[in-house]
Design a protein around this ligand. Structure first.
Ligand SMILES: Cc1cc2nc3c(=O)[nH]c(=O)nc-3n(C[C@H](O)[C@H](O)[C@H](O)COP(=O)(O)O)c2cc1C
Length: 341
C-alpha cells in the first residue's frame, strides 16, 4: 500500500489524530510499538497564521516518528491554504485536512464536520490546499452530517477529484458525535467503488486485534486507524501486529513492563510540557507539573489496572497525585492480581 510515494507494510495501522493526546511524546511511544503512521492533533489554521506559540509548538516533528501528517482545521480556503504552506515548512510527509471534528466550537463555526453541511466549500478548501503545497494532502471526515445525509460515497469521489492522496473515514455522522456504534458498511462501500483509486483508511471503534483484522478482511480498507484504544495502551499496535502475523493473542508486555511504559510516557510528557532535555527529571520530581495533569487521561483509560481488587482508592490517589515522587510511588505499589499470573 502506498500513499503518494510513501510505502506502507501489509495491513498498516494508523494512530488517529486526537487533540491533547497525540503529541510527540505519545506518537513516539506508539511508533515504538509498531504503528505505521501518526498524525498531529488538529491545528487551527487561524491560530497558525497568527503565530500563536502554543499552536506553533504542535508542528514539532521528530524523525523517528515518520511518516507523519500535520492535521489542519479551519473554515476558509485562503486561510487553510496559507496554514498549509506554514505547516509544510515543518516537513511532514502529509498535510491532513480535518472535516470530521463534531464539537460545537469547531463544527458550529463551519469548520471540521461543519463542512459536511457545505460540500462546495469543503471541496474548494481541498482544491486550494492541494494547489498551495508540494506535499500530498489527505482528508479525514465522517459519513455525513446526520442520518439523512450520509453522503460519503459520492463525497469520496469528489474529494478524490480534488487531488487528495488518501481518505480516512470515521464511520459515524456528525450528529452521532461519539455515540452509537461506528458503521463500517459505508466505509466498505467507498473502498469497493470501482471509481475510487486512492487508499481508504477506515476508523471507528477498533479496539481489539481481532476487530482490526476483521476490518481489513471484511471491508477491504487499505489501513485501519485506531484512536481511543491506544490511550493508556500504546502497545495495542504491537498486539494487533502480532495477531496479524500469528493469528494468536498473547500479551506483548508483562504487567511490570506495562507499568514502566506508563511511567516512561509520564516522564516524556513532563519533558514535552515542563522541562528541556538538559534538565534532570529528579530535579522536578517533587513539583506540580503540567505533564502529570496531561498524563491523567492515559492513566484513567489504561487497561493495566483493570481487575485489581479494591483498586478504587488507589485509582483516585493516582489521578490526584501532583508530583512524580507521589505518582510513581503509587504506580510502583500496585501489584499484578493473582489470577492473571
Ligand atoms: C480525545 C479525542 C480527541 C480527538 N481529536 C481529534 C482531532 O484532533 N482530529 C481528528 O480528526 N479527530 C479527532 N478525534 C477523533 C478520532 O481521530 C477518531 O476519529 C475517533 O476517536 C474514532 O476512532 P476510535 O473509535 O478508534 O477512537 C478525537 C477523538 C478523541 C477521543
Amino acid at each position: 500500500m502506498k500513499i503518494s510515494n510513501i510505502e506502507f507494510p501489509d495491513k498498516p495501522l494508523f494512530l488517529a489524530p486526537m487533540e491533547d493526546v497525540t503529541d510527540p511524546a505519545f506518537r513516539l511511544l506508539c511508533k515504538r510499538f509498531g504503528v505505521d503512521m501518526v498524525y498531529t492533533e488538529f491545528i487551527s489554521a487561524d491560530a497558525l497564521i497568527r503565530s500563536v506559540k502554543r499552536t506553533e509548538q504542535k508542528l514539532t516533528i521528530y524523525d523517528e516518528e515518520r511518516p507523519v501528517a500535520i492535521q489542519l482545521y479551519g473554515r476558509e480556503a485562503d486561510a487553510m491554504a496559507e496554514a498549509a504552506r506554514i505547516a509544510a515548512e515543518a516537513c511532514p510527509e502529509f498535510i491532513d485536512l480535518n472535516f470530521g471534528c463534531p464539537v460545537k466550537k469547531v463544527a458550529g463555526k463551519g469548520a471540521g464536520a461543519g463542512l459536511l453541511r457545505d460540500i462546495p466549500k469543503m471541496l474548494q478548501i481541498t482544491s486550494e490546499v492541494v494547489k498551495a503545497v508540494n506535499l500530498p494532502v489527505t482528508v479525514k471526515t465522517r459519513l455525513g452530517w446526520d442520518e439523512d445525509s450520509k453522503v460519503i460515497v459520492e463525497l469520496a469521489e469528489r474529494l478524490q477529484d480534488c487531488g487528495i492522496a488518501a481518505l480516512a473515514i470515521h464511520g459515524r455522522t456528525r450528529s452521532q458525535m461519539y455515540k452509537g456504534d461506528a458503521d463500517w458498511t459505508l466505509i466498505g462501500e467507498v473502498k469497493n467503488n470501482p471509481r475510487m483509486h486512492i487508499p481508504i483508511i477506515g476508523n471507528g471503534d477498533v479496539t481489539t486485534a481481532e476487530r482490526a483484522a476483521e476490518c481489513f478482511d471484511r471491508y477491504g480498507v487499505d489501513a485501519v486507524m485506531v484512536g481511543r484504544a491506544a490511550i493508556g495502551r500504546p502497545w495495542v499496535f504491537a498486539e494487533m501486529k502480532q495477531y496479524f502475523q500469528t493469528g494468536e493473542i498473547h500479551p506483548v508486555l508483562t504487567f511490570e513492563e506495562q507499568k514502566n511504559i506508563l511511567k516512561e510516557h509520564i516522564i516524556a510528557s513532563v519533558r514535552w510540557l515542563d522541562i528541556d532535555d538538559n534538565t534532570a527529571i529528579e530535579s522536578v520530581s517533587n513539583q506540580r507539573l503540567k505533564g502529570i495533569i496531561h498524563s491523567r487521561r492515559h492513566l484513567a483509560a489504561t487497561p493495566v489496572f483493570k481487575g485489581i481488587p479494591n483498586f478504587k482508592e488507589t485509582r483516585i490517589a493516582m489521578l490526584r497525585a501532583e508530583n512524580l515522587d507521589e505518582l510513581f510511588r503509587i504506580i510502583d505499589s500496585v501489584r499484578e492480581p493473582e489470577h492473571s499470573l
